[in-house]
Design a binder for this molecule. Structure first.
Ligand code: GDP
Ligand code: MG
Length: 271
């Protein structure tokens, strides 16, 4: 399966290393098979059937009222990347999200009230220890089975973006309004910030720890990836296609306020 590196940027790696990593990523993506052991329907998901190297990986999951999906999420993360560190940053969910996550072995940071997604990720990052750090939603829109590929590529010094907008990527069941917002937002961000990554608004991405450390965070709300991309122009960005699925439980926390935040973020990142 093809991967979609952004146009070459000087990341200090020889060309052969880039080719090698692409081959490795392709090997990771290709042999996905449907698991057919018994169990609840959501355990029958596509998982890699070859062992992957296990980089020291931290996965940050911001949560706000996600009790209905957090168990399945953590189960699938554990299965996909057993050695990873999972940090759930919960903003006072009243539905027991934090307790459920803790029972399932996640490191849980409990904040008292809703303080925004970007700040949740940053607080999660401060607790993390991984050489590679990733971010994903708790609502099962982002398949944990993609993590080994994203993490392995990030371990090689890349920003890896799970992408809906490269060949092989898809969106299922998203309302037209959200599709339009996402397309217009991504096109605006690409144009205004001169980014090559097509799904530059993705909330599912991994990067070497140093990329986060180098980032001067000024993104508000939802669009942290933009900030990481803008502040790490020398790192190669790679998009890995996946099928984004509309959340089944709960409701989206994207609000009109987040859209205002998005435009403010674009202005700040251009400055
Ligand atoms: N801790 C925390 N998590 C948040 C906040 N806002 C959203 N989230 C979580 O961030 C992720 C993305 O939000 P989501 O509602 O799925 O947005 P959408 O995918 O754009 O519809 C989900 O796991 C939410 O529970 C927040 O203010 N604080
Ligand atoms: Mg979501």
């Amino acid at each position: 399966m093809a991967l979609f590196p952004a146009p070459a940027k000087d990341d200090g790696l020889p060309a052969s290393a880039l080719r090698g990593s692409e081959a490795r990523a392709a090997a990771l993506v290709a042999p996905l098979e449907r698991a057919d052991e018994p169990g609840p329907p959501w355990t029958r998901v596509r998982v890699p059937t070859i062992p992957v190297s296990s980089p020291s990986t931290s996965i940050i999951v911001p949560t706000l009222e996600e009790a209905a999906s957090v168990r399945e999420l953590l189960f699938r993360i554990r299965r996909a990347v057993p050695d990873s560190e999972v940090i759930v940053v919960d903003d006072g969910s009243a539905d027991g999200t934090a307790d459920a996550a803790e029972r399932l072995g996640a490191l849980v940071l409990r904040r008292e009230r809703r303080m925004g997604l970007a700040s949740a990720v940053l607080d999660g990052f401060a607790l993390s220890a991984g050489d590679v750090v990733g971010v994903m939603d708790a609502d099962l829109s982002h398949p944990p089975e993609l993590i080994p590929t994203l993490a392995a590529l990030a371990e090689g010094g890349r920003i890896t973006v799970a992408s809906r907008y490269v060949a092989g990527g898809q969106i299922s069941n998203w309302p037209l309004r959200r599709r339009l917002m996402s397309h217009v937002g991504a096109a605006a961000a690409r144009g205004l910030l001169d980014l090559a990554v097509r799904d530059c608004m993705s909330g599912f991405f991994f990067a070497p720890r140093q990329a986060f450390e180098r980032t001067r965070f000024r993104a508000e709300g939802f669009k942290l990836l933009l900030n990481v991309l803008v502040d790490n122009p020398n790192l190669q960005a790679v998009e890995v296609p996946y099928e984004f699925s509309q959340r089944v439980h709960g409701r989206s926390k994207l609000s009109a306020g987040e859209i205002v935040n998005f435009w403010r973020t674009l202005r700040a990142l251009r400055a």
